[in-house]
Design a protein around this ligand. Structure first.
Ligand code: FES
Length: 191
C-alpha cells in the first residue's frame, strides 16, 4: 500500500516536472538601455556659458549683475553695452608711464607697479599665485580689495562685474586694474 502511494506520488511529480519543462515562459525581455539618451537630453537642456567657473557673475553664478543695473543673472554682453571705463593702458605714451608703490598685504611685500601694468600680472611676475579665470574683467575670480588708498587710486581697463557701490567700498578686479597712486591691496577678496 505504502509503495503504491509512493510510486503514484513519484509519477505525479515526474509529470509535473515534464509539464513545466515544456511550458512557455512569459517572454519578458530586459528593456533597452536608455541611459545615454537621458544623458543627452539633460546635456541639451543645460545652457552654454562662456566661462565655466563658479564665480562668474555674467551667468548668474555669483549674484546680481551690477553694472548698468541689469537684472540678476543677466548675461553680460547680450543686448547690453559693456562698461566703457575710458581707460586704455596701451594709449599711455612710454614717457608718461608712472610708477607706484603697491603693497601686497597678504604677501607681505611692496613692489613697484607701472600705471600701465595690471596689478594681477605685477604680482604674478613676483611668483605669487592669485586666483583668476577670464582675465578680462568679466567674472569675479581675481577680486581684490584696497587695504590702503582710495577707490580713485585704481582704474579699470574693463569692468563687467563690480558695481559702483562695490568699487566705492574698495573692491576691484586685479586682472584689469592699474594703480594711479601708492596703495595697499589684499588679493582674493570679493564683495
Ligand atoms: S579674472 Fe575674471 S574679472 Fe579678473
Amino acid at each position: 500500500m505504502v509503495n503504491e502511494l509512493g510510486l503514484g506520488l513519484g509519477l505525479l511529480l515526474a509529470l509535473i516536472v515534464v509539464a513545466l519543462h515544456y511550458t512557455k515562459g512569459t517572454e519578458w525581455r530586459i528593456a533597452d538601455d536608455i541611459s545615454q539618451e537621458v544623458l543627452d537630453q539633460r546635456a541639451a537642456s543645460v545652457p552654454e556659458t562662456d566661462f565655466p567657473e563658479p564665480m562668474n557673475r555674467s551667468i548668474g553664478g555669483g549674484g546680481a549683475v551690477a553694472i548698468g543695473g541689469g537684472a540678476e543673472g543677466e548675461l553680460a554682453g547680450e543686448g547690453e553695452e559693456e562698461e566703457d571705463t575710458g581707460f586704455d593702458p596701451s594709449a599711455i605714451p612710454e614717457d608718461e608711464v608712472e610708477y607706484f608703490e603697491v603693497e601686497y598685504v597678504n604677501e607681505g611685500e611692496t613692489i613697484e607697479v607701472a600705471s600701465n601694468e595690471r596689478i594681477l600680472e605685477a604680482g604674478e611676475d613676483e611668483g605669487w599665485d592669485f586666483p583668476y579665470s577670464c582675465r578680462e574683467g568679466q567674472c569675479l575670480s581675481c577680486g581684490a580689495k584696497l587695504a590702503d588708498g582710495e577707490p580713485d587710486d585704481i582704474v579699470h581697463s574693463n569692468n563687467d562685474t563690480l558695481s559702483e557701490d562695490e568699487i566705492e567700498k574698495g573692491y576691484f578686479l586685479s586682472c584689469t586694474a592699474y594703480p594711479q597712486a601708492d596703495i595697499g591691496v589684499e588679493t582674493n577678496e570679493t564683495p
